[in-house]
Write a protein that binds this ligand. Structure first.
Ligand code: GLY
Ligand code: MN
Ligand code: MN
Length: 421
């Protein structure tokens, strides 16, 4: 009991506020150390997002994922500079006018700025250019993110320096999740599974697709999650065959399937889950036949998942090939043709800070990676789209289904949906 109380007190200290960042400064420091090691004798310069770019009225400000991964810093306008022998976080000086609009921010002149950021060196972002040449001289090349808008300005300021894209070196780190990341992704997954369960009640003939999406997002927003992991996809009947359908405006009809690809992002980490259910509670014979083929393909992948398998369509040990082979040897379309051609995407992607988390396609699966397994069949001619998408944590010998608590079997789903008129 005493030990439990001790743990609770420690947990309160480590995880100070609900929904707040629960990854320690030491962990961020460790990530930066690993990146510096991987980038060797180089200087890494990363720009966090500025308020004016993404802090718009529609979505609210949120941090660039790579910057967040390395710093845990969620306020706008920050810059990270890592030389072979130092690292510094630059944050904007206090701007009272801006703070009236979007609230107080930590400023470099504030006391306790090191303790609040986890950086020994914190400087004013306004001094970046004045120090840039000194930092640039301390390494052989500059790593930065080529996708970000500031990279052209940086290249203009340092025209004689060699630049490399930091995307892949950071992706290699992001692929393997730490215990605290796994816990956060499991939390987003648990909340998303609750959202799916709640939606099954709403997804009936006569309901609008957006009403189903509203039940789901209402559930995870009220659970304290800050964003959709991606725009909710609720596709009834023929809309289920549109892979990233997100208009969600149609009325669900009798006898149709409803495909719900919906998940939350909570404390910056997302999930990605799809279920396909019959609107009136029971699959037709044809829907059931196709559903069981998709489930069979998913189970074949789940059985094969282990370190060493690959995600690429043409790579050796390809998980994707298992799905294509399964579809081509089970069932037929209305013309007697194999079903493989109705599967039009990849079976897996990594999930983390981004729903499509960056990865190095040359690297095989390894323990602590988190991927989806999402086979699907999309047959517009039959007005049918079926996808079953689950989250899997790669373990030493196989995979752990993070979504095991949400039924996938057709019979189990029908049982939950009945009685239904
Ligand atoms: N929800 C997007 C995807 O499954 O990739
Ligand atoms: Mn997915
Ligand atoms: Mn999905």
């Amino acid at each position: 009991m005493t030990a439990l109380r001790g743990f609770a007190a420690l947990a309160l200290f480590l995880f100070p506020a609900f929904g707040a960042d629960r990854i320690s400064f030491d962990e961020y420091r460790g990530r930066r150390a690993e990146l510096r090691k991987a980038n060797g004798d180089a200087v890494t310069i990363l720009f966090g997002r500025a308020e004016k770019e993404h802090g718009d009225l529609r979505s609210g400000f949120f941090q660039e994922a790579n910057f967040y991964y390395l710093t845990g810093w969620t306020e706008p306008g920050a810059i990270l500079v890592m030389t072979p022998s130092s690292e510094v976080l630059l944050i904007p000086r206090r701007n009272e006018e801006q703070e009236r609009w979007t609230g107080p921010k930590l400023a470099p002149e504030d006391s306790g700025v090191q303790a609040a950021t986890g950086f020994d060196a914190v400087m004013a972002a306004e001094t970046f250019e004045a120090n840039l040449y000194k930092w640039a001289e301390s390494g052989k090349r500059i790593f930065t993110l080529f996708d970000e808008s500031q990279v052209d300005d940086l290249k203009k300021l340092l025209p004689l320096r060699a630049f490399s894209d930091a995307k892949l070196p950071i992706a290699r780190l992001r692929m393997k999740k730490s215990p605290s990341e796994i816990a956060l992704i499991q939390h987003a997954t648990d909340v998303s599974m609750d959202a799916h369960r709640a939606a099954w009640e709403m997804a009936r003939p006569g309901a609008k697709e957006f009403q189903v999406a509203a039940v789901m997002s209402g559930l995870y927003f009220s659970a304290g999650c800050e964003r959709h992991s991606y725009a909710p996809i609720v596709g009834s009947g023929p809309n289920g065959a549109i892979l990233h359908y997100s208009k969600n405006t149609r009325t669900i009809d009798r006898g149709e399937l409803v495909l719900m690809d919906v998940a939350a992002e909570c404390a910056m980490y997302g999930s990605d889950i799809t279920r396909t259910i019959p609107a009136n509670g029971k699959f037709t014979a044809r829907q059931r036949e196709l559903y069981d083929i998709v489930l069979g393909a998913q189970n074949a992948v789940l059985d094969a998942i282990k370190p060493g398998m690959m995600l690429g369509k043409t790579s050796p040990n390809s998980l994707n090939k298992i799905v294509v082979d399964y579809f081509n040897t089970h069932g037929k379309d209305k013309h007697g043709e194999p079903l493989g051609k109705y599967y039009t995407h990849g079976v897996s992607h990594h999930v983390g800070l981004d729903v499509h988390d960056p990865f190095d396609p040359a690297l095989p699966l390894a323990p602590n990676m988190i991927i989806t397994v999402e086979p699907g069949l999309y047959i517009p001619e039959e007005g049918i789209g079926i996808r079953i998408e689950d989250m899997v944590l790669i373990t030493e010998n196989g995979g752990k289904l993070m979504t095991a608590a949400l039924p996938r079997e057709a019979g189990e789903i029908e049982k939950i949906l009945s009685p239904r008129k």
